[in-house]
Design a protein around this ligand. Structure first.
Ligand SMILES: NC(=O)C1=CN([C@@H]2O[C@H](COP(=O)(O)OP(=O)(O)OC[C@H]3O[C@@H](n4cnc5c(N)ncnc54)[C@H](O)[C@@H]3O)[C@@H](O)[C@H]2O)C=CC1
Ligand SMILES: N[C@@H](CC=O)C(=O)O
Length: 817
């Protein structure tokens, strides 16, 4: 025997009823069944609201009830042939006449007792089960209507009646012995010994099904609803949540207590006592396996699900007067109990200085008053502080029997919350080790759930949430690269990259689900584009509060670099080709590194020097492994190398500079390259990475920008003016050629001093052979003493730079996995 229960959504309309019936067809062929139906979706709520309206003298209840009547008529008219409708319609009419009288009575006396309310509420299931029996008969089922009030006996706690199982079990068994056919049972309702109608409380129809399953020693209880079982977390907050295949009863109870609304703990108890397996299935996707809840040993992952509860406040009851005083907890919880406050979580440190209690926010005023009343003298005497209330909180709970005697679950939980900058206000774990709960701020709830979900279920699978400032040459190339590579990364590396924020110097835009990278708009064209403001950009990024947030700076802006400390402080990783931060004051450089270390967050800037070439990481590895840099000689500018090598081929100097810009090698303003500033910044960064306390003043820089080009506002005006200097650059070139040499713009660092400038080099020099946008870096170190370590390759350009930025982003995805 299987007891099968369909919820309100499964019988909300004829279309859904047909789906439920086709499931029943199959179940009936498999073996004996009994069926429990809820009221048609939403009916019970309207019945109860109408009673409330009538009580308040609001006559609109009449229209509501009329609509309900119509809705029931409609089902009959649509699903039963016309000549068979009459008795069913009459039954419905009679029930609604009765209801009208009832509501009228409530309206007249302006009173509706819990007893009356239960009677009103019973009409939903009585109507649905009756109609469904008639429909099932038409489909050929040998259906028998069973009004559960005749067999489920309860006390008279109306609204949430307690079942007398010894009487109920006998009555159910007798009914089943005396009546053949498929029993179609009204959910939710029962009756007292005196025959008064009662209801079974929240999820009462599930409870009805479990009562029958238990009384009949059923082989299984199937709850058919509108979701495919219990999910690992709330799918509205965690998009990667998935159905849990199997849960123990205890796990299901814990999960449902904190949020998994698919099942309600009390409803499972009768089934649980008898060890009857409970299946949670989806009427609208019957092929989905759903969730099986039974007594089998826990298997698989260390936890089964992560649940949550919003609308929480913390009460801190603290003071020196609490220490080693027996009976304080009794008084706290006694006062809360007397005030009818439900305690959700309790935490007390062994110092006994404080007791922390989580309750629903709507109960705060009552709770505070109750505790402060109880401890009025202690508070007056200063032995205890007034109750401190922290509102806007939420509880997240990791649930699973596998945590028992299995070290590491709490470590993983709090590590992942910490890594994502989620502050934990209180913690509770009972010795059953079934549930670890943490109180976090409501604002952090979604991030916390996602971080935990990733840590426990998707530890091989990571989503990076990018906020990209600077959608110019490099930013655009990066977006395109991510778009092209995304599917492969998802498929082969379990890494997903989404871009949620984009900005240029004028506009910014955000997308909760991530921009469509294949057609990523310019910030000004994106929906909801706003004027760019870096503070607002950061604010929005922080408010979106994703786990694994990454700030990518593809500008050359000092203003953007100036906010890195705020970003790192918020535990958000930074990836950037922008050299401004690392080449500002030595203090700032050190502070950022320290901050990143202290906050346990990554600050990656491989592309600060030589674009995508592995220069910075190589130098960092040398330093970490104990080497010492003696000298660095380098060509560090892709554009300057392009300019001075291409210039040899007959073009004028100003034309080659323009070409370098067009090819994407120069800085946004090419004078940053020609002035030697860009190379100066790079050698400064290399010196600092080589653990030398280098300041910008320690670098002597030869600028190639003619005096009269320095102050021109527009880049175009500069190009025009540069033409007037072509001859003098031509002369420099001729002089070098005459000596059989080549012009190379290079940097050297030795003995704490750096030099940047143009050199004429003969064929014996390694830089002589460089071509195009090549960079070359020679590290002479204690280990690489006789022959330097050499890194060479293209050191500028959109693709190689974006690839370097992309590689840093991917690196972030691989940390902590
Ligand atoms: N082009 C190359 O080969 C390489 C470039 N880099 C660095 O990459 C960065 C970007 O270079 P490109 O893409 O070539 O420059 P770009 O001029 O093409 O793009 C810069 C972007 O930043 C935006 N921007 C500027 N100030 C801003 C602000 N305050 N707020 C928001 N957005 C702002 C601009 O509107 C533009 O969208 C620079 O720091 C550059 O030094 C690093 C290695 C190589
Ligand atoms: N403008 C730079 C590119 C970025 O660092 C160069 O020419 O090398």
């Amino acid at each position: 025997m299987k007891v099968i229960k369909f919820g309100g959504s499964s019988v909300a309309n004829p279309k859904n009823i047909k789906k439920a019936f086709s499931i029943l067809q199959q179940k009936n062929q498999e073996g004996e069944i009994a069926v429990v139906f809820s009221a048609f979706g939403g009916v019970t709520e309207i019945l109860l609201q109408s009673a409330e309206k009538a009580k308040l003298g609001d006559k609109s209840y009449i229209d509501d009830v009329k609509l309900l009547e119509e809705r029931h008529f409609e089902v009959v008219k649509e699903m039963i042939p016309i000549k068979l409708q009459s008795p069913v319609l009459t039954y419905i009419k009679l029930r609604f006449n009765e209801l009208e009288d009832l509501y009228h009575g409530i309206f007249l006396i302006k009173e509706c007792s819990p007893r009356t309310l239960d009677y009103v509420g019973s009409f939903g299931e009585r109507l649905s089960a009756y109609i469904l029996v008639e429909l099932l008969k038409l489909e050929g089922f040998p259906a028998v209507y069973l009004d559960a009030r005749s067999v489920i006996r309860t006390n008279d706690r109306f609204g949430n009646a307690k079942v007398d199982f010894s009487v109920t079990n006998d009555l159910i068994q007798d009914f089943f012995h005396q009546n053949q056919g498929i029993k179609v049972i009204t959910g939710f309702i029962a009756s007292t010994e005196k025959g008064e109608t009662t209801t079974l409380g929240r999820s009462g129809s599930d409870y009805t099904a479990a009562i029958f399953a238990s009384a009949l020693n059923a082989d299984a209880l199937e709850i058919w609803t509108d979701v495919s079982g219990v999910m690992t977390s709330d799918p509205r907050l965690v998009y990667t949540a998935f159905t849990i295949p199997q849960l123990s009863y205890a796990e299901a109870m814990e999960l449902s207590h904190f949020g998994a609304k698919v099942i309600f703990p009390a409803t499972m108890q009768p089934a649980m006592k008898k060890g009857i397996p409970v299946f949670i299935k989806n009427t609208f996707a019957p092929d989905n396996a759903g969730t099986l809840i039974n007594n089998d040993a826990p298997n698989g992952k260390i936890i089964k699900g992560i649940s949550s509860m919003s609308g929480i406040s913390l009460l801190n009851i603290q003071g020196a007067g609490l220490i080693e005083v027996v009976g304080v907890s009794r008084r706290v919880f006694g006062a809360l109990g007397d005030a009818g406050v439900n305690v959700i979580l309790i935490s007390q440190a062994s110092s006994e200085h404080s007791i922390c209690v989580a309750i629903k926010t709507f109960e705060v005023a009552r709770a505070k008053e109750a505790i402060e009343g109880e401890f009025i003298y202690e508070i007056r005497n200063g032995e205890m502080d007034p109750v401190i209330v922290v509102s806007e909180m939420a509880v997240v709970a990791a649930v699973g029997e596998n945590m028992k005697h299995n070290p590491g679950a709490s470590g993983r939980m709090f590590q992942s919350l910490g890594q994502n900058n989620v502050n934990v206000y209180a913690i509770a774990q009972g010795s059953s080790e079934l549930n670890i709960s943490a109180v976090v701020s409501q604002a952090d709830l979604q991030k916390a759930l996602n971080a935990l979900h990733e840590a426990f279920f998707l530890s091989d699978n990571k989503v990076l949430h990018l906020f990209l400032v600077g959608v110019g040459l490099i930013g655009k190339a990066l977006t395109k690269m991510i778009s092209n590579q995304r599917e492969k990364l998802q498929r082969e590396n379990d890494l997903d990259i989404q871009i949620h924020g984009i900005a240029n110097s004028r506009f910014m835009a955000f997308h909760e689900d991530g921009f469509d990278l294949k057609n990523c708009p310019a910030p000004e064209d994106a929906e909801g584009a706003q004027k760019m403001d870096i503070d607002k950009f950061l604010q929005q990024m922080e408010e979106m509060n994703f786990s694994n947030t990454v700030f990518v700076d593809c500008t050359a802006s000092q203003t953007v670099a100036d906010v890195y400390d705020r970003i790192l402080e918020a535990k958000i990783a930074i990836v950037t080709p922008n050299k401004k931060a690392n080449s500002s004051s030595l203090e700032k450089y050190k502070e950022l590194k320290k901050l990143a270390y202290k906050r346990g967050v990554k600050f990656l800037y491989e592309t600060n020097v030589a674009a995508g070439l592995p220069v910075i990481s190589t130098l960092q590895d040398l330093m970490l492994s104990g080497d010492k840099v003696i000298r660095i000689e380098a060509v560090l500018s892709g554009s300057m190398n392009y300019i001075f090598s291409e210039f040899e081929n007959g073009l004028s100097f100003s034309e080659v500079v323009r070409q370098a810009k067009e090819k994407g090698y120069t800085e946004p303003d090419p004078r940053d390259d020609l002035s030697g500033m860009d190379v100066g910044r790079k050698i400064l960064i290399l010196g600092r990475e080589a653990e030398q306390d280098l300041h910008f003043d320690d670098i002597s820089i030869q600028s190639m920008v003619p005096e009269d080009c320095v102050d021109l506002e527009e880049v175009e005006a500069f190009f025009e003016q540069l033409k007037t200097h072509d001859d003098s650059f031509e002369k420099l070139l001729e002089e070098a050629k005459a000596k059989g040499e080549k012009l190379r713009f290079m940097a050297t660092l030795e003995n704490g001093k750096a030099k940047v400038g143009l050199n004429s080099l003969d064929a014996s020099h390694p830089f002589y052979s460089l071509k195009g946008s090549d960079n070359m870096i020679l590290f002479t170190t204690e280990r690489y003493h006789d022959f330097p370590m050499i890194i060479r390759g293209p050191g500028a350009g959109a693709d190689v730079t974006a690839a370097g930025v992309f590689a840093d982003v991917i690196r972030l995805g691989n940390y902590s996995r």
